[in-house]
Design a protein around this ligand. Structure first.
Ligand code: TXA
Ligand code: MG
Length: 354
């Protein structure tokens, strides 16, 4: 196949390119779009063939539902057959923004989008390029994170290109994602609100708006047996949340979480045995040991989340034998980061399937 003369897949978010992206979506093609959380792999959410192509491109199992991105909260009734007052209050408070609401679906939302469930995940993303594309498209864009299934979510256009290559028709470049980790997912389809996936919007943020604290799936897990707790939560998990698989967001280099007190000791021991070691630390200072590569992560959770996936990609690309990550603080503000790191540790070290 000749690629000569083909325009690059990564496109600047000019008005022309946004119109082109909307036209591609209407034609059933896949367009990667920046959001404030991570890049999404978008398709027309009402087109079952186009949404099926998302699963093929990602290598994602068909029963994992997709989030539908909307131009504004006014579009909610097109997708959700009942909209509780709490959903309206939360949309008002946090949209556009990193909060996905799970609501009872309208009958004609394709099964490919909902994973055959009676609910649909909806959010209005807070990124000017995503909002411009959604306004031009004027309907829902189904978009999971634009990575191969189980791997690290992309936070730049180059990451998307690296993950999906020619499986995506166009990548709109909106720069590095501001938040850096995926949206909080709040299930409002059942009696009690429940956070299925932690994110930048916390249980306390939600409680301030709706006057009751949502349940948090997996809450109470202590650091040491986080992986086990995650695995248990998965087993009991319905509906399915692919981000809730124990192994997710994972580098191919084995990744271990270690408290600051053990980090340098363990890194030195592994290096002493001849292993190549890469470290991600947010509190522990770089000892300047030339035998390991050290990345200093943000010291606060906002800065840490912003760069987390880019750091994991950089660490993975070193070809080290181990990635050691300093355990994040046991503080609610860090819980989304702890969640992602726990799953990255469980899924790490597996050979790529392609
Ligand atoms: O920040 C985000 O949410 C990003 C950007 C692109 O918007 N998207 C994202 O999509 O993280 P994805 O597919 O990687 O993760 C979406 C999660 C999945 O774990 C999926 O199972 C869950 O949302 N989900 C979607 N619809 C659902 C539903 N009806 N019930 C339960 N979980 C649902
Ligand atoms: Mg994902």
């Amino acid at each position: 196949m000749s690629t000569a003369g083909q325009p690059g897949r990564i496109a600047a978010p000019t008005a022309d390119n946004i119109a082109r992206a909307a036209a591609l979506l209407r034609a059933g093609k896949l367009v990667a779009l920046p959001t404030e959380t991570v890049y999404g792999l978008g398709a027309d959410a009402l087109d079952p063939v186009a949404t099926a192509a998302i699963f093929a491109a990602k290598g994602r199992p068909a029963d994992h539902p997709l989030i539908v991105h909307l131009p504004s909260a006014e579009h909610l009734p097109r997708w959700a057959r009942s909209i509780p007052k709490e959903a309206i209050a939360l949309a008002r408070a946090f949209w556009p923004g990193p909060l996905t609401l799970i609501l009872p679906r309208e009958a004609d939302v394709p099964d490919a989008v909902t994973g055959g469930q009676d609910t649909v995940g909806l959010r209005v993303p807070n990124h000017p390029v995503a909002l411009a594309l959604l306004a031009a498209f004027d309907s829902g864009i189904a978009a999971p994170s634009a990575n191969r299934f189980g791997r690290i979510s992309p936070t730049t256009a180059a990451h998307v290109e690296h993950e999906l290559g020619e499986r995506v028709d166009l990548i709109l470049d909106g720069g590095p994602c501001q938040v850096g980790i995926e949206s909080t997912i709040l299930d409002l389809s059942r009696d009690a609100p429940e956070i299925l996936r932690p994110g930048a919007i916390t249980a306390d943020d939600i409680a301030r708006v709706i006057g009751r604290r949502p349940k948090v799936r997996g809450e109470g897990a202590v650091e040491e047996d986080m992986a086990q707790a995650v695995a248990q939560a998965i087993e009991s998990a319905t509906p399915r949340v692919s981000g809730s698989l124990a192994a997710h967001y994972a580098p191919s280099t084995p990744l271990r979480l270690l408290p600051a007190a053990l980090l340098i000791e363990e890194a030195a021991e592994l290096a002493g045995e001849g292993s190549r070691v890469a470290v991600l630390a947010h509190g522990c200072a770089d000892p300047g040991d030339s035998r390991f590569t050290w990345i200093a992560a943000g010291a606060d959770p906002v800065a840490y989340a912003h760069d987390l996936y880019a750091h994991l990609r950089a660490l993975d690309a070193l070809g080290a034998d181990f990635i050691l990550v300093e355990t994040p603080p046991a503080d609610p503000a860090w819980s989304a980061i702890a969640d992602r790191l726990g799953r990255a540790a469980v899924g790490s070290g597996e050979a790529d399937e392609t």
